[in-house]
Design a protein around this ligand. Sequence first.
Ligand SMILES: NC(=O)C1=CN([C@@H]2O[C@H](COP(=O)(O)OP(=O)(O)OC[C@H]3O[C@@H](n4cnc5c(N)ncnc54)[C@H](O)[C@@H]3O)[C@@H](O)[C@H]2O)C=CC1
Ligand SMILES: O=C(O)C(=O)CO
Length: 328
Amino acid sequence: MPSKRISVVVTRRLPEVVETRLKELFDVTLREDDTPMTREELVHAMQVADVLVPTVTDAIDAGLIGQAGNQLKLIANYGAGFDHIDVATARQRGILVSNTPGVVTDDTADMVLALMLGVTRRIQEGLAVMQTGEWQGYAPTAFLGGRLGGRRLGILGMGRIGQAVARRAAAFGMQIHYHNRHRLRPEVEEDLQATYWDSLDQMVARMDVISVNCPSTPSTFHLLNPRRLKLLKPSAVIVNTSRGEVVDENALTRMLKAGEIAGAGLDVYEHGIKGNPELRNMPNVVMLPHMGSATVEGRIEMGEKVIINVKTFADGHRPPDQVLPGML
Ligand SMILES: NC(=O)C1=CN([C@@H]2O[C@H](COP(=O)(O)OP(=O)(O)OC[C@H]3O[C@@H](n4cnc5c(N)ncnc54)[C@H](O)[C@@H]3O)[C@@H](O)[C@H]2O)C=CC1
Ligand SMILES: O=C(O)C(=O)CO
């Protein structure tokens, strides 16, 4: 089918340059207001489109896929994580799914370091006194944080983002440790100067900072559960830019309140988009609104990836970033 005739529905506003290119290439329906589609709107989109371009804000579950029209052949996700799409059900219906890996890696890894520094160097508290005008002037003993250099970083999920975090953290003088579903090849491990822990429990118990970088899947749900969180040193800091579901947020909140964990840097949340409300007023918690990959450059590159996936599919080939159920 010539790509011009492919009907594409996009669920959210995308950068203008991406929307313009989509219009040039396809018969595209763009979102006018930048709110997530309602379930009814998603059902309609999936009944009229050959290709749906959703984002992480759209839960494309089995119920929705069951109502998709027979012409829906590709779900080309605008984002790397695809835990919000029931890939197995889509596959059963003969619908391909693709994502946008790689182009989000550096930006998200940068934000991991920003969160680590934000928590360990007490940036939140510094910002607050400047914003309220309460600062009384320099004092040698005020706002003392901890140095990242020399600390042990445990990366949970050593894929693209995990490895990019490792490289950045090494430049800050941190010691790199990781737990991953599969051990890295020896040459990659050596290049990253990373120590592998087969046992997540053992790694967690020995780290100063944990960075969560695995996807959200049934096997990673609450990987950091209350029992594992209790293994952390009281001086440890957790940074989560992956998905909220990997960390038991209520247990994390309780432990932060009790001083059993030193701090947390969070970009993603388990309980709604805003996370547990009790996290909000803690000086040792830095909360961001899911902006790990939010750069102008990254968002355009994500759009380019979507376009390549849709165009390749429209030209009769497999989308280069096709994801399969087993990949989770
Ligand atoms: N905050 C943000 O804006 C962004 C968040 N993300 C999140 O980051 C996640 C990771 O992205 P990438 O690094 O590109 O993915 P990736 O697939 O390259 O890496 C994920 C790693 O986690 C490992 N893993 C999977 N299950 C595991 C388990 N049970 N135990 C230990 N390790 C496990 C995999 O083996 C892989 O090495 C995405 O799935 C997404 O949820 C991605 C981009 C932006
Ligand atoms: O790509 C993703 O998975 C995100 O969370 C947003 O970029």
